[in-house]
Design a protein around this ligand. Structure first.
Ligand SMILES: NC(=O)c1ccc[n+]([C@@H]2O[C@H](COP(=O)([O-])OP(=O)(O)OC[C@H]3O[C@@H](n4cnc5c(N)ncnc54)[C@H](O)[C@@H]3O)[C@@H](O)[C@H]2O)c1
Length: 321
């Protein structure tokens, strides 16, 4: 079994790569080769099978063709520019998130081997005046360029699957928290930094009020769900291969209290509450309540509580000073 991860040097891509190396198998078959593709060549990982990092720009069709020349059986397509960047740089967002995805679909089609493509979509495909909770049949009405690029990619993934060119699976990821490392250009970045920084002894600013409500999943559970996506029988997916993953609705207040229960008062006291009205204009329109019935029925899972997210961060990702 050959597996390729685009965005393999990113946050979720590198966590997925380590999880696949640890398990050594996918879809019940041993992995022979794992290729990690990103703009900068990702570092290899020690493994009992071949792990290769390759430098690829998915906006360049010829580079994508070369990346797929090995005929991977399963492609995780995670490469993207995130929401804040896609909004600020419209052309970059279109080139990477839409045309880059199309390059991958077209290169996969040209293989004539019907590879599986597991695509990281986003709950940003929902928006506008729609009732909550979001149901599986709720219309897609993104209110950002990023969400629009993800929604357009989902339609293409469905059509390429319908034509038998590939076996697509599109997972609409909740906001993944607690994200390790540095703040990124996603408008949702604060939803990790207000926990990550205090848990590492640093101050952080919360730009929204405590009753801000959103839909979350931990990195650990997200990776387990990405792996589970490969296990599902193609026939079980039916004519729409894209759906929202399970998550949990939390207010910022509830999450801060969960952090207090796991890590005590000290990290909570490091949060400064400073409203950012421009950022609030973007994030207050996001949807926070979902009924992911289809994903649950397909065996995808959410965390039990935000305390899980805090514990996982402390176990896996906290950086010693
Ligand atoms: N993390 C979240 O909360 C979240 C939520 C919803 C959806 N997603 C989606 O999940 C996927 C992974 O997210 P992440 O948080 O790991 O993001 P990330 O930014 O850490 O990783 C994305 C990777 O894509 C790479 N990339 C960007 N442009 C590229 C190009 N032209 N060619 C090749 N590689 C390129 C980047 O270098 C980066 O390493 C993305 O598609 C993202 O849209 C993430």
């Amino acid at each position: 079994m050959k597996v390729l991860i685009t965005g393999g040097g990113g946050f979720l891509g590198s966590k997925l790569a380590h999880a696949l190396v640890d398990s050594g198998q996918l879809r019940g078959e041993p992995i022979d080769e794992l290729v990690l593709a990103d703009l900068d060549e990702p570092a290899s990982i020690d493994a009992p099978f071949t792990v290769r990092g390759v430098a690829v720009d998915i906006t360049k069709r010829a580079q994508v063709d070369t990346m797929l020349a090995d005929k991977p059986d399963i492609i995780y397509h995670l490469a993207a520019v995130v929401s804040g960047q896609a909004e600020a740089e419209f052309d970059t967002g279109m080139r990477v998130n839409l045309f880059g995805t199309l390059h991958i679909l077209e290169a996969a089609r040209a293989l004539r081997t019907c590879p599986m493509i597991i695509f990281a979509s986003s709950i940003a495909v929902y928006g506008g005046n729609i009732p909550e909770p979001i149901e599986d049949w709720t219309e897609l009405n993104p209110q950002t360029s990023y969400g629009t690029q993800k929604a357009a990619s989902e339609l293409l993934l469905n059509d390429y699957s319908r034509k038998g060119f590939l076996d697509g699976r599109g997972l609409r990821l909740p906001t993944i928290s607690i994200r390790p490392g540095k703040p990124n250009k996603a408008a949702s970045s604060f939803m990790s930094s207000i926990f990550r920084e205090p848990l590492q002894g640093e101050q952080a600013v919360c730009p929204v009020p405590p009753d801000f409500t959103h839909w979350f999943l931990s990195p650990r559970r997200c990776i387990a769900n990405l792996i589970h996506a490969a296990d599902i029988d193609s026939a079980a997916l039916g004519p729409n291969r894209c759906f929202a993953l399970p998550g949990r609705t939390h207010t910022i207040r509830d999450m801060v209290e969960a952090m207090r229960r796991v890590a005590g008062d000290d990290p909570v006291n490091l949060i400064r509450w400073e409203p950012d009205l421009d950022l609030q204009k973007i994030v207050m329109g996001w949807k926070g309540r979902f009924n992911p019935a289809r994903a649950l029925q397909l065996g995808f899972l959410a965390d039990d509580s935000f305390e899980d997210n805090v514990r996982y961060f402390l176990e896996e990702d906290v950086q010693p000073k």
